[in-house]
Design a protein around this ligand. Structure first.
Ligand code: TXA
Ligand code: MG
Length: 338
């Protein structure tokens, strides 16, 4: 039986705090609520209640061996979820929290294993968004929250994206419009001998190295079949964040070849200003040539193109450069066929 999904547009209501209270009450009653963070919208539930957390997996249709990120509003709340708080963690949170950096640490007994995919580590972050913060403070609970979309779909960067994906499956969406960062947080594992980036994000390896010294990139460890990664970090499953429309990555945009294909196919080309065709630029989507701005637009552009009944989305690969690591990562996953 589908459930009625209510979406509250926070810029239209008389009292934002009443809406926050409504969300917090649902969360305290063991329900799920979708809310904005600076990265993408999350689908939150009480991280300390296994039954509440199981509703996240149910709504998303996500395998329950995938671990979830636990969101906190205060550092002592984060510390209560882990058995150790290394000096590295302290320095990182001083530098980047609240913000799009998730730390993987040994879990304390407070954290049920349904949150951690059965493992003994927990991923924690403090989101940098006033609605997320207000909700966390109001319910006074740590919130397990994956991106608020059906499993393998594109992450939502607006309340409308959440509605499109989860309408009928969750009771409440708090909608505050488009998010700032636009791609999911950087996930950093502090339990390995050398800190290891499990998922690249807008906080770059270089920025992290300035705080903690050398870090490893999971990217370099990806075996060709990707299977190891699925176990250790499900966000790195190859097909993830994918539009329904086939997405192709091209090193160069060959307009002549594309014009031939366009005689029989409906295509859209996502590229940069310097790739713009000289003639008719129908179906050309111009992206910013700056990685942070590109990331902020990426999922919105893909959500829009996915609505247009195209035969393919042709994307020009951004420069092969560490600064573009997170964007490259999301594009490669969006291009995966299985
Ligand atoms: O920006 C974000 O991180 C968003 C917003 C809502 O905060 N959340 C998000 O959650 O992207 P999700 O569930 O889609 O991705 C969580 C990823 C997992 O796929 C996995 O890679 C990693 O975090 N993760 C979580 N717990 C882990 C653990 N114990 N060990 C290793 N990786 C873990
Ligand atoms: Mg996700």
């Amino acid at each position: 039986m589908p459930i009625a999904t209510k979406m509250i547009q926070l810029d239209r209501v008389e009292s934002v705090s009443a809406a926050i209270r409504e969300g917090a009450e649902l969360l305290r009653a063991g329900e799920v609520v979708a809310f904005p963070t600076e990265t993408v919208y999350g689908l939150g539930a009480n991280a300390l209640d296994p039954i509440a957390v199981s509703k996240i997996y149910e709504a998303k249709g996500r395998p329950s061996n995938n671990p979830l990120i636990v969101h906190v509003a205060r550092i002592d709340q984060a510390k209560s979820l882990t058995t150790v708080w290394p000096d590295l963690a302290e320095r990182l949170v001083q530098a980047f929290w609240p913000g799009p950096l998730t730390l993987v640490l040994p879990k304390s007994e407070l954290v049920p294993t349904i949150v951690t995919g059965g493992g003994n580590t927990v991923a924690i972050r403090m989101p940098d968004h006033p609605v997320a913060e207000a909700l966390l403070l109001e319910c006074a609970l740590p919130l397990a929250a994956p991106s608020a979309n059906r499993s393998t779909e594109l992450s939502p960067t607006t309340g409308a994206h959440v509605f499109k994906s989860l309408n009928g499956r969750i009771p409440l969406i708090l909608d505050s419009g488009p998010v700032r960062v636009g791609i999911e947080s950087t996930v950093l594992d502090l339990t390995s001998p050398v800190p290891r980036i499990l998922r690249p994000g807008i906080i770059t390896p270089h920025q992290i190295e300035q705080i903690v010294g050398k870090v490893e990139l999971m990217q370099k460890l990806i075996p060709t079949d990707g299977r190891d990664i699925i176990y250790s970090s499900p966000g790195l499953m190859k097909k993830h964040y994918a539009p329904r429309t086939p997405l192709e990555l091209h090193e160069n945009i060959d307009w002549h070849a594309l014009d031939q294909r366009r005689l029989v196919q409906k295509l859209s080309v996502v590229a940069f200003e310097h790739d713009k065709p000289t003639g008719d630029d129908l179906g050309f989507v111009q992206m910013p040539f700056e990685s942070g701005q590109y990331a902020a637009e990426l999922f919105r552009v893909l959500h829009n193109l996915d609505e247009q009944g195209l035969d393919a989305i042709v994307v020009k690969l951004p420069p092969d450069d560490l600064e573009w690591l997170a964007v490259q990562d999301r594009l490669r996953r969006a291009a995966e066929k299985e």
